[in-house]
Ligand binder design. Structure first.
Ligand code: SF4
Length: 507
């Protein structure tokens, strides 16, 4: 650290955060803490870390208390997700330190989180953590940043963490699998006849995945790439998960509006206080939630990285080749997701194509502006509306988030072009829940009317009465199973699609 002396005293120059190393010898005594996603993927990431020889623990879901701690201990102007996550870590460590001692906590845990150097505050998260830990007397605590653009991170992390290629690929597959389970879960739960059955199937499925990821065969770096891409191991597990859902009886004739969740990455992914428990709240209000997949986000990051080569193709040597290779990687990524989806009977929703999202967003948001979800947020809203994937968009906009503020601004242009797009941008501050939810409720009321109207139209088009449709379903009980695939027949709601489908079959 360089210091200089001026008339105003000693100046400490900026120094980049550099934790004391976490060595291999410490692996048996040090636990890796991580969190900030939803419970399904966290549980499987824990399995991946454990199978790599690490001890791993998931932080509890952030609460309003964590938000307050984050605001108290880190910089005041930070965005809402930073406050939640820093406060969450600090409160966990403080509780542990109270039980033992700060020294013990510094030696017993390290924190692993995503790093970034994007346009938004994400690139400065580690400084907020650092400040918060310093203000809490835990400045010797170690945290490690996980780069989002590298597969093998062993060198960057040290031999204690050992985030090698097999572990990183495991994390990627964990995201594929849990996204698929989550998507199916949200399609089934609002229609389950016996409450709690979906929850039980999901828990069982996630534990199945946990064991599968822990017990998966081990290979060296290059063989593991081949293994992950070619193995039928995960396909078999996903088929078993589909079977877990098979026994759930559903009543898809409950007319519900479908609400697509968009917004900032953390807020749309987490399920808890940081987003006012919006997923459960929407379900309790009678909606079906279309959750935001982490796979979509990673696909966006790939697309974003490749755009640089697009810009330099024909200008920079090798850019065209790198673009071609990158496109091939992206195609493999998407094919892998679709392979696992097929194993679940194509029940979870497909991945939207990134180039289509970019094309849709282009008139409103420049595709080279990154930070947050960039143009993808706008593209997803138009895509869901145009393709009748949802009746309404609920965008979770974190307080004090620059990229999201830009998206909300761009969406004003979108609404001008598509006035019938139901759009609820909720500013999430952690402490203005009533205001945000009542705003959402107003738009949800309109979405409910749309869903009902769509359903009535489907009945009229099919020439059937509701009783006749019910009678048909009773005569074909396989159609009342959660694993029966109702085709998308141009309606955003499951009930309307089902009626049209029955209409076709009954002809
Ligand atoms: S996208 Fe917004 S909320 Fe998320 S880290 Fe960046 S500034 Fe914060």
């Amino acid at each position: 650290m360089t210091t200089a002396t001026t008339e105003r005293g000693a100046i400490s120059h900026y120094r980049t955060y550099k934790p004391r190393p976490f060595t291999r010898a410490e692996r048996d005594s040090v636990t890796i803490l991580f969190g900030g996603l939803h419970w399904r993927v966290e549980r499987i990431l824990q399995a991946v870390l454990e199978s790599g020889g690490n001890k791993a623990e998931i932080l509890p879901v952030a609460t309003k208390d964590d938000l307050l701690t984050g605001r108290e201990t880190a910089d005041i102007g930070q965005c809402c997700p930073t406050s939640f996550t820093t406060g969450n870590l600090v409160n966990f460590l403080k509780k542990e330190a109270k039980a033992t001692s700060p020294e013990d906590v510094n030696n017993k845990f390290v924190y692993l989180t995503a790093g970034s150097c994007g346009a938004c505050r994400f690139g400065q998260y580690h400084q907020s953590y650092e400040l918060a830990l310093r203000n809490s007397g835990l400045d010797a605590f170690r945290m490690f940043l996980l780069a989002q653009d590298q597969l093998d991170q062993k060198a960057a992390m040290g031999d204690g963490l050992d985030l090698n290629l097999p572990v990183t690929l495991g994390c990627l597959w964990a995201i594929f699998c849990t996204d698929l389970v989550q998507d199916l879960e949200y399609q089934v739960r609002p229609y389950e006849v016996v409450p709690g059955q979906t929850e039980a199937a999901v828990k069982e499925s996630i534990e199945l995945l946990y064991q599968a990821f822990r017990d998966r065969p081990r290979h060296g770096p290059s063989r593991s790439v081949l293994w992950f891409l070619s193995t039928g191991y995960f396909v078999r597990i996903m088929k078993r998960i589909r079977a877990n859902f098979d026994g759930i009886e559903v009543d898809r004739l409950r007319v519900k509006p479908t609400v697509k969740i968009t917004g900032e990455f953390y807020l749309q992914t987490v399920e808890g206080d940081p987003n006012y428990n919006i997923h459960r709240w929407l379900e309790a209000e009678g909606a079906e939630v279309y959750p935001a997949g982490i796979t979509v986000w990673m696909d966006y990051l790939l697309r974003l990285g490749l755009q640089r080569f697009e810009d330099y193709a024909g200008i920079e040597r090798g850019a065209r080749l790198k673009l071609g290779l990158g496109r091939a990687v992206q195609a493999v990524y998407r094919a892998t997701f679709h392979r696992l989806r097929r194993a679940m009977g194509d029940l979870p929703r497909e991945l939207p194509h990134q180039l289509e999202l970019r094309r849709l967003a282009a008139p409103y948001f420049h595709s080279r502006l990154d930070g947050g979800e960039g143009d993808m947020l706008v593209g997803k809203a138009i895509w869901a509306h145009q393709k009748k994937k949802a009746h309404m968009i609920c965008e979770l906009s974190p307080y004090s988030c620059m990229p999201n503020t830009m998206s909300v601004g761009a969406m004003a242009g979108v609404i001008g072009k598509y006035p019938d797009l139901l759009y609820a941008p909720l500013e999430i501050k952690g402490d203005a829940e009533v205001h945000a939810l009542s705003r959402c409720q107003m738009i949800l009321t309109e979405a409910k009317k749309r869903a009902q109207h769509e359903f009535d139209e489907a009945l009229a088009a099919s020439g059937l009465t509701l009783e006749q449709v019910r009678g048909y379903l009773d005569a074909h009980p396989e159609m009342k199973r959660a694993t029966y695939r109702v085709p998308h027949l141009g309606c955003a709601g499951q009930a309307a699609n089902l009626v049209r489908h029955v209409g076709q079959r009954a002809k």
